[in-house]
Design a protein around this ligand. Structure first.
Ligand code: KG4
Ligand code: ZN
Length: 335
């Protein structure tokens, strides 16, 4: 089954053709991230305008790249929640129009379910049940993936998302947006033990919190400035990355140990972080669990992951009519 997927929940306009949830025939991404970087973060209005400009060309390129026409496609999948609503609506309306005009089923896909499905593109043997940490710019969840379309959230952030923490700390340190890659880069030449950053206390065994960590970095920067000193940016980047990666890995592995999970998976933009990948890999092996990490090119927002999850949503009977709306917030565990 060939699915044409669309993604437009943040600053990437993307379309992709994926067969049976596993085989990528094309994967096209047009990103406004360079323009957004001028403002230090995503400006929703700019994101929406770039989606409008790019979506038709991206769709055509995805079909052409797969050597297919719209008539060859079996269904159109679209990321309909959660996200910046003006951005989401561009993809949803385009997908609706295309599905209607071509007489194809329309499949709504939850963006975070898509991030998890990014793993199916690289690991043909991976299937639920498994335990997954989904960490992106907007969300940080520890999720028991019980079945393709059944999710149980065991833990979540009580304040900032992990990616958001990377982005805010990067800005504090004068590093460019997006913060995750720039902190990882700066950390390469830093000493992760240079700054002692706090381990946040949080209620709920598998919940995480990052706002205290972010504040601790801001305080260090201000205190240094008051002393007329400069913070050592690579050292702080390394110390912060180490702390946040330790927190995420520890919570995920604790949940894996407690639930007896045999398989542990990472997903979302933050899953690109090398230190996090290493800690989860090492820790899960100690537990005797298998580890699956998404390929770097599928960690960030893309439409192949939406088409992949779209396949399983379709098989589960989750299609939508033309009244489909975009939703800015919706839990991954909706049914
Ligand atoms: O999943 P994603 O591409 O978009 C959302 O759904 O939000 O995640 C973007 C987030 C950004 O906050 C970015 O700073 C972070 O993922 N990120 C990283 C890395 N690459 C991207 N965080 C840590 N380390 C990285 N290498
Ligand atoms: Zn995302």
């Amino acid at each position: 089954m060939l699915i044409l997927g669309f993604e437009s929940t943040c600053d990437e306009t993307a379309a992709a053709v994926v067969e049976d949830g596993r085989t990528v025939h094309s994967n096209v991404i047009s990103s406004s991230v360079k323009e957004q970087a001028l403002y230090g973060g995503v400006v929703p209005e700019i994101a929406s305008r770039r989606h409008i400009e790019a979506v038709s060309a991206v769709a055509e390129k995805a079909l052409a790249g797969a050597g297919l026409g719209i008539a060859d496609i079996d269904a159109v999948a679209v990321s309909f929640a959660p996200g910046l609503i003006g951005a989401v609506l561009v993809g949803v309306n385009y997908a609706k129009g295309l599905a209607y005009a071509a007489g194809k089923p329309l499949v709504p896909v939850h963006h975070l379910r898509g991030h998890i499905a990014a793993n199916y593109l690289t690991h043909p043997e991976l299937k639920p049940p498994f335990l997954c940490l989904v960490a992106s710019g907007g969300h940080s969840h520890i999720v028991a993936v019980q079945d393709w379309c059944r999710f149980n959230v065991l833990g979540r952030t009580v304040d900032d998302a992990a990616g958001e923490a990377f982005d805010k700390v990067a800005r504090t340190l004068g590093l460019p947006y997006p913060g995750g890659p720039s902190i990882a880069q700066a950390a390469k030449s830093g000493d992760a033990k240079a700054y002692r950053l706090p381990v946040p206390r949080v209620e709920g065994k598998y919940n995480v919190s990052f706002s205290g960590l972010k504040t601790a970095v801001i305080n260090e920067v201000h205190n240094a400035a008051q002393r007329g000193e400069n913070i050592n940016v690579p050292d702080m980047a390394a110390s912060f990355q180490e702390r946040i990666a330790q927190i995420l890995a520890k919570k995920l592995l604790a949940a894996a140990a407690d639930t007896g999970a045999k398989t542990v998976v990472l997903a979302g933009g933050v899953a690109a972080n090398g230190r996090l990948r290493q800690l989860v890999n090492d820790g899960a092996q100690k537990l005797g669990a298998r580890v699956y990490l998404p390929e770097l090119k599928y960690c960030g927002d893309n439409a192949a992951m939406i088409a992949a999850q779209g396949y399983y949503e379709y098989l589960d009977g989750n299609t939508a009519g033309l009244a489909l709306n975009g939703l800015p917030t919706l839990g991954i565990d909706y049914r």
